[in-house]
Design a binder for this molecule. Structure first.
Ligand code: GSH
Length: 218
C-alpha cells in the first residue's frame, strides 16, 4: 500500500483540520500536511477550488481521490485504512457511529462554533453576553444528553474507540479550556480523559489556540 501519496490542506489552528490529522495519526498513516487558509491563504486559487469548490479546509487528496468536509474525510480514512480499528463493518454498528458523527456536525458543533466565535474570537468589548449565554445553554444541554448516553459506555459507538468519537471529541479541548465557565458532566469528563490518553489526540487536538483569542479574521 503506497500511503505516502496522502496530502492534507488546512491550517492546523482549525479543529476541522485537526480532526483529520488526528484520524491520520490514529491510523499511523504517512502524509504531507500543507498549511492553507487563514493567514496562509491559497483557498481561492483555481487549483484549490478544483479540489473543493467551497474554498474551505480541510481537503484530503489520496492518489486520485479528493475529499472535502472533515467528517467525510474521517469516514473515508476509516473505511479505507481503518477496517480493524476506526470503521464499523456492520451496517447497524456503523449507523450508530454515523448518528453521533452527524449529531456532532449538525447539532453540537453548530452551537459550539457560534459560541467559540461569540466568546473566544470576539474582542471582549464587542461581545454580546445574551448571545453567549443562549449558546452556552444550548451546548450544556447537548453535553448533558451526551453525559447520559456515556453513563453506560466508554465510547460513542460502544466499548471501543472508533471514528464515532472523533468529530465530537475534537470539540472537547476547546470547550473545556477556552476560559468560559461551563458545566463539567462526569461521564463526558471521563470520556475526555480517555481521549486525552491517546498520543494522536495529544499531538493534534490538545493544542494551544490562544492565537485565535479576540481575532475575528480567519
Ligand atoms: N463543515 C466544514 C467546515 C469547513 C470550514 O468552514 N473550514 C474553515 C476552517 S475551520 C475554513 O476553511 N475557513 C477559511 C479559512 O480558514 O481561511 C468541514 O467540517 O470541513
Amino acid at each position: 500500500m503506497d500511503v505516502s501519496k496522502i496530502t492534507v490542506w488546512g491550517r492546523d489552528t482549525s479543529y476541522n483540520v485537526q480532526r483529520v490529522l488526528w484520524t491520520l495519526d490514529e491510523l499511523s498513516l504517512v502524509y504531507e500536511h500543507r498549511n492553507a487558509g487563514g493567514s496562509f491563504g491559497g483557498l481561492d486559487t483555481p487549483e484549490f477550488l478544483a479540489m473543493n469548490p467551497h474554498g474551505r479546509v480541510p481537503v484530503l487528496r489520496d492518489g486520485d481521490t479528493v475529499v472535502w468536509e472533515s467528517n467525510a474525510i474521517v469516514r473515508y480514512l476509516a473505511a479505507h485504512y481503518g477496517s480493524a480499528t476506526l470503521w464499523q463493518e456492520s451496517a447497524a454498528e456503523r449507523a450508530l457511529a454515523d448518528g453521533w458523527m452527524d449529531w456532532s456536525a449538525t447539532t453540537l458543533q453548530a452551537d459550539f462554533i457560534r459560541l467559540f466565535w461569540s466568546y473566544y474570537r470576539t474582542p471582549s468589548a464587542q461581545r454580546d453576553e445574551k448571545v453567549i449565554s443562549n449558546l452556552l445553554a444550548s451546548c450544556q444541554k447537548h453535553f448533558r444528553v451526551l453525559d447520559g448516553y456515556l453513563a453506560t459506555r466508554n465510547y460513542l459507538a460502544g466499548a471501543q474507540f472508533s471514528m464515532a468519537d472523533i468529530p465530537a471529541g475534537s470539540i472537547l479541548h476547546r470547550y473545556f479550556t477556552m476560559g468560559l465557565e461551563v458545566e463539567r458532566p462526569s461521564n463526558v469528563l471521563a470520556w475526555y480523559a480517555r481521549l486525552q490518553e491517546r498520543p494522536a489526540f495529544q499531538k493534534q487536538i490538545a493544542q494551544v489556540f490562544d492565537a485565535l483569542f479576540g481575532r475575528l479574521a480567519y
